[in-house]
Write a protein that binds this ligand. Sequence first.
Ligand code: CS2
Length: 507
Amino acid sequence: MALVNTKAGMTERLCAATLAALPDAVARPAYDRAALQPGIVHLGIGAFMRAHLAVATEAALQADGDLRWGIVGVSLRRPDTRDALAPQDGLYTVAVRDADEHGKPRQQLQVVGCVMQTLVAPEDPVAVLEAIAHPATRIVSLTITEKGYLSDPATGALQDAHADIVHDLAHPQAPRTALGFIVHGLALRRARGLGPLTLLSLDNLSSNGTRLRGLVAALAERLDSGLRDGIVQDCRFPNSMVDRIVPRTTDVDRDGVDAAMGCHDAWPVIAEPFFDWAVADHFAAGRPAWERGGGRIVAEAAPWELLKLRMVNGCHSAIAYLGLVAGSRTVDRAMSEPLLRRYLLQLMQQEVEPTLPALPGLDLAAYRERLLQRFANPALAHRTQQIAMDGSQKVPQRWLATVRDRLAAGQPIARLGLAVAAWLHFLRGYDEREQDYAIDDPLASELLALTRSAELFASPQVRAQRLVGFAPVFGDLASHPVLVAAVAPALESLRQRGVTRTLEDWA
Ligand code: CS2
């Protein structure tokens, strides 16, 4: 279709004024945007949130017309999301992509309108504090990724010596971290006599709400124990499981969306059709009708989190490290390798599924089958390198919790051992074609030093022992003899024989 051209020959920008000219097939806000009120402050407005929380909130606004749940987004670091969305009146496109039964790519487009404003925290931290301490705000939600919590990956404890935490304790008007904004924002609410909030973590951490509560309490305690007690008593921190694959948007994606929309969206987001969200019914001051947008309001979200972290994210990381080292740039390419597919099936069926709690109404075989299809979605081009980042923060809840459960039950861990070995092998920084890649991880320098020191040993057993001895990640499993015994031969095989031949033996 032709792009809508202005007189100057420029493609028009997606915004309130161009909404009406979009093709009929593009879904768009059907409520009165001018009447929206800001009920949610979201910390970490990235692609995932825009394709998940915002989509469910949009559906709720649309379904019941309760317009008190507009979203104020906050970028904690960069201005790029605000710069893209502000000229678009906060509007952006969600492109839901997969392939039909003949493998032909297809997409469904929706313009989302519930993001009212985006604040850039480093430019104006007071505006963020004021948004949290606004009388209309009732939920502060977070997608700040695992590392944004500044907690020790192995123990979950607050890293209270971290420079940003030290800074935030001393600068109530200009925090840097999400935790700092929450605690100082809540202090402001308290001083103003405003009611309690719900703090809603939407990150891939086990018991994310409970964990957030502990970290917020630990930071508040350092400031004022009365503030801490007030937060713990009155605010709510529901656990939640979020699931939707949302790869980073590329320029090719942007061009494709523009061509289909007939106007320019500077930052659309790409997502798979699958959507899931189990959130515990534990709110301090109400919530949108998220069940109208695919949310499941449950009594307990923690068992769903366990399922999702171990199956979806655990497999994702295994695909990412094995795939990347073998030269597969995207998840769907990696999934086209029958040996990797077979390994994943065995990892799930033999080692992960036996550790999962019973979930009423869940058909595990169908869930597994669907998951393999989701990973194979060719329309996403989800880069293995994107998933590979921040391994030090991801490995503990994706694999090590499962390892712990299996060791406690005296069960074998050969396939989990291979996954751990794949991460350690990946840390060398080059693939089987000798192509270098970056290790993007908050512990990158420690991991580099670890890898170098392990290389000094000729014995595979000693090398593995050293690597698995890395306590910040392995915690109480550091140098555990059974884990070392599982990792050592897998790592040696990856080094000597490569991914494909290793998979021949391990699955
Ligand atoms: C992925 C997740 O990047 C990653 O580490 O495993 O972002 C994954 O795509 C989502 O959690 C799926 O819900």
